[in-house]
Structures are given as structure tokens and as C-alpha cells.
Write a protein that binds this ligand. Structure first.
Ligand SMILES: [Zn+2]
Length: 438
């Protein structure tokens, strides 16, 4: 299986640390001159590039938050004149102003490089036909994957998201061997095929899927692999860093290799901000070591994961991050109790009778306590014929399991297959109606 860039992906830990420190010092020196925000932040923290004697000294540098990015919308985070910026993307945030990402020509070259590493790690080569179902446009997914797949010489079909039946036709006619899209959309494709009586494994040649842009569980991986007959790879990235291309799984599926010569990862305690090191769960923080247009120091991603530094069987020596376990700001406070949607998901996926389609509805009546309803789709055979007693018994069983995990009570509503609204991009898992009342 090819490693796109042996020099950087299999570098000794010692050489990697040296390179990172060198790049970090250059970065800090540069932003102190070119960014009014970082000039101020570094002065307030009383730290300069000269204070960075080892990589551990990165903890002296201030964090950057999503709020700061929003306050500096649209161009305030850029450290080069707009004439040197050749592309912008923006996050798909549903509230307020989006987060903008800017790229110089060199940033686009670096993106193509890390995306070429990404698709190579997922075993994609010039022999593949890549059906790219990530949205093209402001969202980084479509164009990000596009440049990476082109860089390794694959045949790219820029399908974008939506018109699912047509996507199935194109995948069959063009002989797609690779599908790239959000994990929830891959299940929409599988459902649409089943509804149309198309046997995907029989008629399509898919062998690999590369899925990201939203957290997904191992159980969901099993569902996707079984439904589409492919090997599913997880990728990670964010607009604030570059888009996809920050990390990816190799064929061993034992965590995501981080391209840390460009994106330096740390794990911190989300409450105190203290660095936690390898093997401990905490909040993922990234520093862009090489970006020109929009460098970011110690960006708090709000994603929770664990880092590992041992060498992988594939030969790569770069740090691996575990599949994202959830987001620190996904945390819902319900009746004073902290609840992560991923906890609910793990409970639901423990039941074979349930499908991986669910929605969590939180509401608050006047002077009343918060209420939580979990809508989840059941397997077909639960409903033909409809055995109300069986359905109610299963609802009670799931409610009991949720209560054990979350401490608070939820009402579970078992839904018929395909009754929860599907999304072409990221799935809408939480509907918090409490915000509408305030
Ligand atoms: Zn590996």
C-alpha cells in the first residue's frame, strides 16, 4: 500500500519534533509581525518566539477560539494581503456568521499534498474511479477531496451531494470503485438503492469509502460496510485548519494518522487548559505550522479524542488520534445533568433491533422541566405486522438502558423505517427546542 510522502510520514519522532519546533518558531515570529490579533495576544501572554526552547513550551502560547474567528469575520484572521489569497471556503455553521478559511497559492499546494497523503492512506490509486459525493462549494469537502484524488491520478467524478438516484446510476455506469461523502449520506444512498431494488454489492464496484465531516461510531462503520460492500475509512479535518486533510486512517483502522508536519496536535483538559499528553482523553487542539493566509495557534477544536505516538504497522510514524469521541460543546445540559449525544448514540447502537437513524428532541414547557424524546427507527420486521406490545416493550428496554447511562429519563419513540428526515450533508441529530422559547 503506497505511502505518498515517505520522508514526512515515516520520519523519526526526534526529527519530527525538531522540524515542528523550527516551524513553530518561524510561525510565531511571523504572526507577531503580520497579525494584529496575535501581536496583541502574544504581548498579553508575554511570550515571543525566543521563549520556545522545546515543543513543550507551546503551552506558553495562548489558545485561539472559534469566537475569535467569528469576531474577526471575514478577513481579520488573514496575515497576507487579499491579493495573495486565491481561494476562500467557509464552514457550514447553521447559526450566525460562518468561519472563513483563506488559502494562498502555497496553501492550496500544501492542501493537495496532505489530501494526496489522505487518499493514498485509504489505498486509492490512479486505477480508481472516485465518486465524490461531498458537497462542492463553500464547504471544504468537495474541492478538498477533488484535488487529493486528482493528485494521485485517480479518475474523479465530481458528483457533489443530492439527487441520490442519479448518483446510483452514475456510480454504476462509470464503474466507481471509491465513494467519498458524509457517513450519514452513505446510508441514505444505501437506503435509496434498497428502495429501488438495486443490489449495490452486485451492480456496483465500490471497494473503498472515505467518510468524514461528522463524528460516526464503529457500529455505524459496520452498518455502512455491510450495506455498501466496501472498506470504510474515517477522515478528519476542519475549515479552520484547511478542510479535510488533517488526519486519516490507514488500512489498519487503528486511529487517524495526523499530518503533524503541518498540523501540530495537542490534547488538553477542556476545563483547565492544561496539556494532557498521549493516551489521555481530552480536547483536541491544533496549531497550523505552515499555513500562510490564515495561520492559527493552538486552536481549540472542541473535539474530544486521545492521541497515540507509537509506530503503526503500516510504517507511518506520525501521531494517531482516535476516532473523535464527541464534542465538548455538543454537551447538552438537561435538568442540570451533562449529556453528550454520543452517549445516547452508543446506547441505541447496542440494540440490534434499531437502525442507525435517530433524533434527540429536547423541549421545555412553561415552568416545566426539560423533556427529552429520543426518536429512533426500528428494523423492518418490527413493523410487519405491527405488534404494539413488542414495540412498547422495546421502547421501555431502551429507556431503561438510557436511564442507566445518562442518569436522567428520556422518552423513547420507536419510528418506522425511513420516517426520520434524511440530510444530504451532516445529519441533524439534536433538535433543541428550548432555544426557540428564550
Ligand atoms: Zn497506519
Amino acid at each position: 500500500m503506497p505511502i505518498w510522502n515517505e520522508e514526512f510520514e515515516t520520519m523519526s519522532r526526534e526529527d519530527m519534533s525538531k522540524l515542528q519546533l523550527e516551524r513553530l518558531k518561524t510561525l510565531v515570529e511571523r504572526v507577531a509581525k503580520t497579525s494584529s490579533l496575535y501581536k496583541k495576544k502574544l504581548a498579553e501572554a508575554g511570550v515571543s518566539a525566543d521563549d520556545l526552547k522545546s515543543l513543550e513550551d507551546i503551552s506558553k502560547l495562548p489558545f485561539t477560539t472559534k469566537d475569535e474567528l467569528r469576531h474577526n469575520y471575514p478577513w481579520g484572521m488573514f496575515t497576507v494581503p487579499l491579493k495573495d489569497v486565491v481561494r476562500v471556503h467557509a464552514s457550514s455553521g447553521t447559526t450566525g456568521k460562518p468561519v472563513v478559511g483563506g488559502y494562498t497559492r502555497a496553501d492550496l499546494d500544501m492542501w493537495a499534498e496532505v489530501m494526496a497523503r489522505t487518499v493514498s492512506a485509504a489505498s486509492i490509486t490512479a486505477d480508481d474511479v472516485v465518486h465524490n459525493g461531498y458537497g462542492y462549494g463553500l464547504f471544504t469537502g468537495g474541492l478538498g477531496f477533488h484535488i487529493g484524488a486528482e493528485a494521485v491520478g485517480a479518475t474523479v467524478v465530481p458528483a457533489s451531494a443530492g439527487l441520490t438516484r442519479r448518483q446510483l446510476m452514475l456510480m454504476e455506469d462509470f464503474g466507481a470503485t471509491v465513494l467519498t461523502c458524509t457517513p450519514s449520506y452513505s446510508l441514505v444512498i444505501a437506503e435509496e438503492a434498497a428502495a429501488a431494488g438495486i443490489d449495490i454489492k452486485e451492480r456496483l464496484k465500490l471497494r473503498v469509502g472515505v467518510f468524514g465531516a461528522e463524528p460516526w461510531t464503529e457500529k455505524m462503520r459496520e452498518e455502512i460496510e455491510a450495506a455498501l460492500g466496501l472498506d470504510a475509512y474515517d477522515i478528519y479535518g476542519l475549515t479552520e485548519m484547511i478542510g479535510p486533510g488533517v488526519s486519516v486512517e490507514c488500512r489498519h483502522h487503528n486511529g487517524l494518522h495526523v499530518f503533524e508536519d503541518h498540523f501540530y496536535p495537542e490534547i488538553i483538559d477542556p476545563a483547565s487548559g492544561e496539556p494532557l499528553g498521549y493516551g489521555v482523553e481530552g480536547e483536541l487542539v491544533f496549531t497550523t505550522l505552515t499555513k500562510e493566509a490564515m495561520p492559527i495557534i493552538r486552536y481549540r477544536t472542541r473535539d474530544r479524542t486521545i492521541l497515540h505516538a507509537d509506530k503503526c504497522a503500516c510504517g507511518r510514524t506520525v501521531v494517531r488520534m482516535e476516532k473523535v469521541l464527541g464534542r465538548t460543546d455538543d454537551m447538552l445540559i438537561i435538568r442540570g445533568v451533562n449529556v453528550f449525544p454520543s452517549q445516547i448514540e452508543r446506547v441505541l447502537f447496542g440494540f440490534d433491533e434499531l437502525e442507525p437513524q435517530y433524533q434527540i428532541i429536547i423541549d421545555r414547557g412553561k415552568h416545566e422541566l426539560d423533556t427529552v424524546e429520543v426518536w429512533v427507527e426500528g428494523a423492518d420486521d418490527l413493523f410487519v405486522p405491527v405488534e404494539t406490545a413488542n414495540i412498547q416493550a422495546l421502547e421501555k428496554k431502551v429507556e431503561a438502558r438510557l436511564k442507566e447511562t445518562l442518569i436522567i429519563s428520556c422518552k423513547v419513540k420507536l419510528m418506522k423505517p425511513h420516517s426520520i428526515e434524511r440530510s444530504m450533508g451532516k445529519a441533524v441529530r439534536v433538535v433543541d427546542k428550548r432555544n426557540l422559547d428564550s
